[in-house]
Ligand binder design. Structure first.
Ligand SMILES: [Zn+2]
Length: 185
């Protein structure tokens, strides 16, 4: 397994739609394992392929002790709505309240290509919506009002020089300095 660099806001890949997976190869399995390793070190609860510079329609999630691999996921039902703070591993140090459905039913393929459905509520539902957005080229800041987005981007502009070439290379120090570990997706 190997640690992957995280792409940050400004890298065009974060704005591209991913490509549905059709082949369940050893390469795909390696990508999934590397994404879990990267997410774990970054103390995130979700990571989508574009965040590590890849175009496959794949996301990994860990909420509480449950791990999920969602390949070609689709939200088939959504219900309720609530606002809560979100962050993103690709927009470090920026947090904002985002309105999301409180319950979703997601249909996806597992790492072997087998279809399944998962019903998610609360934080897991929020995480899945955030990650599925990534697979469609959307970011959490897209859900903010113009004013709140402007404030978030102003904060980002101040810190973005830390990430040359839109690359965030994880290190022990980087991880140790993170306080919002449970809200980054
Ligand atoms: Zn994110």
């Amino acid at each position: 397994m190997s640690l992957l660099d995280i792409r940050v806001l400004g890298d065009p890949i974060l704005r591209e739609e991913t490509i549905p997976v059709t082949a369940f190869t050893a390469d795909l399995a390696r990508l999934i394992d590397d994404m879990f390793e990267t997410m774990d070190l970054a103390k995130g609860i979700g990571l989508a392929a574009p965040q590590v510079g890849r175009r496959e329609r794949v996301t990994v999630i860990q909420v509480d002790d449950d791990r999920y691999v969602l390949i070609n996921p689709e939200i088939v039902e959504r219900e309720g709505s609530a606002k809560a703070e979100e962050g993103c591993l690709s927009i470090p140090d920026v947090y904002a309240d985002v309105e999301r459905a409180t319950r979703v039913l997601v249909r996806a393929l597992d790492r072997d290509g087998k279809p399944f459905e998962v019903e998610a509520t609360d934080l897991l539902a929020r995480c899945m919506q955030h990650e599925i957005d990534h697979l469609l080229g959307r970011l959490f800041i897209d859900h903010l009002s113009v004013l709140k987005r402007r404030a978030a981007l102003a904060k980002w502009t101040k810190g973005k020089d830390k990430y040359p070439n839109f690359t965030r290379r994880l290190s022990a120090a980087d991880v140790a300095s993170h306080h919002h570990r449970d809200e980054e997706l």
